[in-house]
Design a protein around this ligand. Structure first.
Ligand code: FAD
Ligand code: SF4
Length: 488
């Protein structure tokens, strides 16, 4: 490394790609917030990497991307090689570059963090967008088909990552989803301002080009019996996500003007951005709440995770007069990405920390008029390091609202069609995998593997990608064992 390069991080500050001006955002622009680096910016920003010898960024990245190596390739303008390297660890790199909470992952672990971390996510997006726009395609290296077939239930990040790795191993992957479009929450949960939907359409054609087959608009367990999949395929991967809504059991949650977060975002995506995933809602899960007109309304969002941030920023774009996020812990303990909180603040969202909702209040005709909240203080960290909030007596107040959106989170469920075939789940609905004597991500039904939110509970895109990828390695190993056994 030259002396000049060693100190480049001092001469060249960390920058993110240009963003859509805030005036446009607050007047209803749903475009992807961050633009894309040009060649020079990407090279400058990549050149800030110290190649420090201890790539904590790679260790903190759940898919363990070879970050310093691809930053070097960008400096040398070897973008197609950089794209190949990105894909060697991450089947959806352009998606993760856009939606990962980098401040908590790779960039949060960058040695330069206190000077301004290397802009890793934006460079990852630059590499893959540029490579795909200039004709790069994943190279399957002439892999011979094994003749084996695997069914994947769920076209979310876990299912897509699994399919990518299986076809690279010569195994035919058939992906089923109840929606007519692929992507799972990438498609209909995460709003367009974080991830433009054309990115998912492009990824679909990349995967189809690799040989992945999609059968969409099919709900397994309703349109297609699970036992048929088990009979017709050599193995099955379940990447069905987490859709059981946590409502908090608040008095007043059924009032007019109170909405659950995910159906709000799904409907919004359909109506406002024209991104309609179609297909029937999953059995027992309603995704068709009527979308109220938020123009001029006071909106209160309860919850401080990624979903809460997407709700507040969607409400701003829908013309709400005042948008408030109430969260029961302090800002440092908030689960949402710090970058998204900053973007929301810039768009005028008001944050009220250390406020726990007690009940939702009704006015005339059962219309919501506000939320009674109590102030909280944080207890000492528990065994898991989590600081729980305890209410401060006598600090109750009314937060006035015309619309309240509940964004407390989601958990998975194991439907009967899974458990009847031997797949087991914990009491909290998470599918049980990797037990004694099982391969990683293998369920109690040896032919069935699972990963992503269905196993971890609601988490991140990149962790779902990591699990889908690693489950595919287990499926490949298990299928090879079966072949060896039948040959013996
Ligand atoms: P999903 O993405 O939920 O996909 C599951 C798929 O399975 C769905 O397409 C569903 O239709 C299908 N399916 C389910 N049952 C069946 C069946 N019986 N038959 C056929 N198909 C079925 N993470 C981030 O990293 N960054 C973010 O910014 C971020 N923002 C988020 C915002 C919101 C509003 C939400 C809700 C989540 C967000 N997340 C974010 C979390 C992330 O989206 C999830 O962790 C990730 O999508 C999980 O991937 P998955 O493949 O396990 O499940
Ligand atoms: Fe960072 Fe996510 Fe990319 Fe890993 S996948 S390098 S955590 S943006």
């Amino acid at each position: 490394m030259s002396r000049k390069q060693a100190f480049q991080f001092l001469d060249i500050p960390r920058t993110m790609p240009q963003r859509i001006p805030v005036e446009l955002r607050v007047s209803g622009d749903w475009g992807e917030l961050y633009g894309r680096f040009g060649k020079e910016e990407a090279q400058y920003q990549s050149g800030r990497c110290l190649d420090c010898g201890n790539p904590y960024c790679s260790w903190k990245c759940p898919v363990h991307n070879a970050i310093p190596q691809w930053l070097q390739l960008v400096q040398e303008n070897r973008i197609h090689e950089a794209a190949t390297l990105c894909h060697s660890t991450n089947p959806l790199p352009e998606v993760c570059g856009r939606v990962c909470p980098q401040d908590r992952l790779c960039e949060g672990a960058c040695t330069l963090e206190e000077f301004g971390a290397v802009t890793i996510g934006a460079v990852e997006k630059y590499i893959v967008d540029t490579a795909l726009a200039t004709g790069w395609k994943p190279d399957l290296g002439g892999v011979a088909p094994t003749g084996q077939r695997v069914a994947i239930v769920g076209a979310g990040p876990a299912g897509l990552a699994c399919a990518d790795r299986l076809v690279r191993a010569g195994i035919h992957a058939v992906v089923f989803d109840r929606y007519e479009q692929i992507g799972g929450l990438l498609q209909f949960g995460i709003p367009n301002f974080k991830l433009d939907k054309s990115v998912i359409a492009r990824r679909r054609s990349v995967l189809e080009g690799m040989g992945v087959e999609f059968r969409l608009g099919v709900e397994v367990g309703r349109d297609l019996p699970f036992d048929r999949l088990l009979a017709e395929f050599d193995a099955v991967f379940l990447g069905t996500g987490a859709y059981r809504y946590t409502d908090g059991g608040l008095v007043g949650q059924d009032l007019k003007g109170v909405l659950p977060a995910l159906p709000f975002l799904v409907q919004n995506s359909r109506i406002v951005t024209g991104n309609d995933p179609q297909g029937r809602p999953i059995a027992g899960w309603e995704d068709t709440v009527p979308l109220p007109d938020l123009t001029g309304k006071r909106v209160v969002v309860l919850g401080g995770g990624d979903t809460g941030m997407d709700c507040v920023r969607s409400a701003v774009r829908l013309g709400a007069a005042r948008v408030t996020c109430a969260y029961r812990r302090d800002e440092a303990n908030m689960p949402g990405s710090a970058r998204e909180v900053a973007n929301a603040r810039e768009e005028g969202v008001r944050f009220l920390f250390n406020r726990q909702p007690l009940s939702i209040e009704a006015g005339a005709d059962d219309e919501v008029i506000g939320v009674t909240v109590v102030e909280t203080r944080l207890r000492e960290p528990d065994a898991n390091g989590r600081r729980n909030a305890e209410p401060i007596d006598g600090s109750e107040s009314l937060l006035e609202a015309d619309v309240v959106i509940i964004a407390f989170g989601f958990s998975p469920t194991a439907p009967a069609w899974m458990t009847e075939q031997g797949v087991q789940a914990a009491a909290n609905g998470r599918l049980l995998v990797s037990g004694d004597g099982h391969l990683p991500y293998q369920t109690h039904q040896p032919k069935v593997f699972a990963g992503g939110d269905a196993v971890r509970g609601a988490d991140l895109v990149v962790t779902a990608v990591a699990e889908g990828r690693d489950a595919a390695a287990s499926i490949t190993a298990w299928l090879a064992q079966q072949v060896a056994r039948s040959a013996a």
